[in-house]
Design a protein around this ligand. Sequence first.
Ligand code: ATP
Length: 262
Amino acid sequence: MATPVTTPGPSREASVSKVLSVSALRKSYGDTVAVDGVSFDVGHGEIVGLLGPNGAGKTTTINMLLGVLEPTSGSIRIEEVDLARQRSQALERTNFAAVYSPLPGNLTVAQNLRIFGLIYGVKSLSARISELLEQFDLVRFRDTRCGVLSSGEQTRVALAKAMLNRPHLLLLDEPTASLDPSTARDIRGRIRDFAAQGHGGVLWTSHNMYEVEEVCHRVLFLSRGKVLLEGDPRTLPREHGRASLEELFIAVAREPLALGRA
Ligand code: ATP
């Protein structure tokens, strides 16, 4: 059974200092503009939801923040360190977990954490691994191959791996996709705990609007590569005449131009 998580809902008093600052970020593939001049930031202690319909540019944005994709133009600063100019200093403050990026299934949980820990240059690695196995309720799976773990267990391993280097910027691409409601709640609690410590910030993509409302302090709605709306997920729907975040999401997907003018 997973460790119960007791952190209350998101605090409105999250620190305002910036862990991430993105300015005029753009990525095009030939004639396709995937990300079209996006600017936003994430504060320490803050969880920001990056929302938008399929193809809006969320994964492309995250891949640029991870240094996997080179922007066509614009800048990315992680705690004031410019990703383009000081790549390794910027990336050592970052980590991520994504459903489409599973850990090698033929390695055990402990082996995976060790290999990634070595890649990240984590000090006192054995102690850090033991700490994370405890924290993510993975002790009994230490010597189990990741490939045979359930989706929820694999997500916990992916999050443990993402915490190895004590990141200040945590990027999560649909971290609770394919999880049952109870496991998803547990994972949300762990991520909220991470943000509540105030050392780092989280950028979170999800298609689950209930989850976003529960977890995110602020949301950015992307549409066709641009930030169309930004605000508190609990008040933004009313500000745009919609009853719920889900209705607002559907409006963004179907009538982005009308909303952009509102
Ligand atoms: P989803 O919710 O479906 O994951 P997304 O918001 O993450 O969508 P992206 O994957 O960032 O969207 O894609 C944004 C746009 O860029 C899409 O129109 C996609 O087809 C296009 N695109 C992404 N990668 C490439 C590529 N390598 N070459 C050409 N077009 C691409």
